[in-house]
Design a protein around this ligand. Structure first.
Ligand code: ATP
Length: 319
């Protein structure tokens, strides 16, 4: 291979820029030409493709988001659209691609590999919901944002004897919530992987109040229930002022942590090496602090992401 492309797709995540930078600089190190594809698969289809130089990725390692931009482009599931996209790649002489994104982006990468364009996937999402890796790029940064938010809520809750319900992102994966609960010392944790018993939660909060607890923090993953309604019910039942806070996209922005930058750099470099070794249709991951790679289809269809039971149990033990 002589020319490679790189794109970011799906939801953005802090650390994606560090991964792009690693792809560009590793590529240049191996005398490849590197092209940036703007706005994910949409840009691939619209031929929004520009050559990247060493300086194109200067000063991006500290920045959240993705300077290449990202987009949802469901039309990419249609073969006709992908054929047109591949024409664009051919026009630029690009023979391999690195795709940074989530499960959906991996599917697009697999389809392109099947069409003769070797692709390597890099897991980029704050949700930590991708199989084949212990951590995804952006998770650590989002976790730190969530913990800082919990710390701040704790200060004001203690001053006012208040109960706080904090909704944390993660889509259908409780990793971010249970990790934030452990690091932030939240009293109660609710994750999608464990059935939520609202009455049991309220009973436990009652017991805490009876024991003289000054505040209570409930860390709850998004998509479990309406947190404003939950806060109202807790307030009605306990008589304590209760507020819901939805952290939302605040968790998706900001300067990536050192850990996210380092992992993204390692993954980006390895992705390019894999392409040079002749691989396609693989995705990189981090396991036992080693960079590993798996078949993309295996990763999406067969490798189930294990629920982090230990973290969940720990948050329940330490409250
Ligand atoms: P996140 O987890 O952050 O949402 P994601 O990569 O899973 O990231 P999606 O919106 O599911 O986000 O997918 C991103 C893009 O990948 C889609 O907009 C589409 O262009 C492409 N894509 C998704 N599924 C497929 C598929 N089955 N075949 C081809 N392309 C796909």
């Amino acid at each position: 291979i002589k020319r490679i492309g790189v794109l970011t797709s799906g939801g953005d995540a802090p650390g994606m820029n560090a991964a792009i930078r690693a792809v560009v600089r590793t590529g240049l190190h191996h005398n490849l030409e590197v092209f940036g594809i703007y706005s994910g698969y949409l840009g691939l289809h619209q031929d929004d493709i520009k050559q990247l130089e060493r300086h194109s990725v200067s000063d991006v390692i500290t920045r959240g988001g993705t300077f290449l931009g990202s987009a949802r482009f469901p039309e990419f599931k249609e073969e006709k659209v992908r054929v047109e996209a591949v024409e664009n790649l051919k026009k630029h002489g690009i023979d391999a691609l690195v795709v940074i994104g989530g499960d959906g982006s991996y599917m697009g990468a697999m389809r392109l590999t099947e069409m003769g364009f070797p692709c390597i996937g890099i897991p980029g999402t704050i949700d930590n919901d991708i199989a084949g890796t212990e951590f995804t790029i952006g998770f650590d940064t989002a976790l730190n944002v969530a913990v800082e938010a919990i710390d701040r809520l704790r200060d004001t809750c203690s001053s006012h004897n208040r109960i706080s319900v904090v909704e944390i992102m993660g889509r259908h994966c409780g990793d971010l919530t249970s990790s934030a609960a452990v690091a932030g010392g939240a009293e109660y944790v609710i994750v999608p992987e464990i059935a939520f018993d609202k009455h049991e939660l309220i009973k436990q909060i009652h017991e805490g109040v009876a024991k003289g607890k000054k505040h209570a923090i409930v860390a709850i993953c998004e998509n479990v229930c309406d947190v404003n309604a939950l806060a109202r019910e807790i307030q009605e039942s306990t008589g304590r002022d209760t507020r819901a806070t939805i952290l939302g996209h605040i968790q998706r922005g900001g300067t990536p942590t050192a850990q996210d930058r380092i992992m993204a750099s390692r993954m980006g470099a390895r992705a390019v090496e894999l392409l040079l070794e002749g691989y396609g249709g693989r995705c990189v991951g981090l396991q036992n602090n080693q960079i590993v790679h798996h078949d993309i289809i295996d990763c999406i269809k067969h490798l189930k992401r294990p629920f982090n039971e230990e973290m969940y149990q720990l948050s329940n033990t330490l409250f």
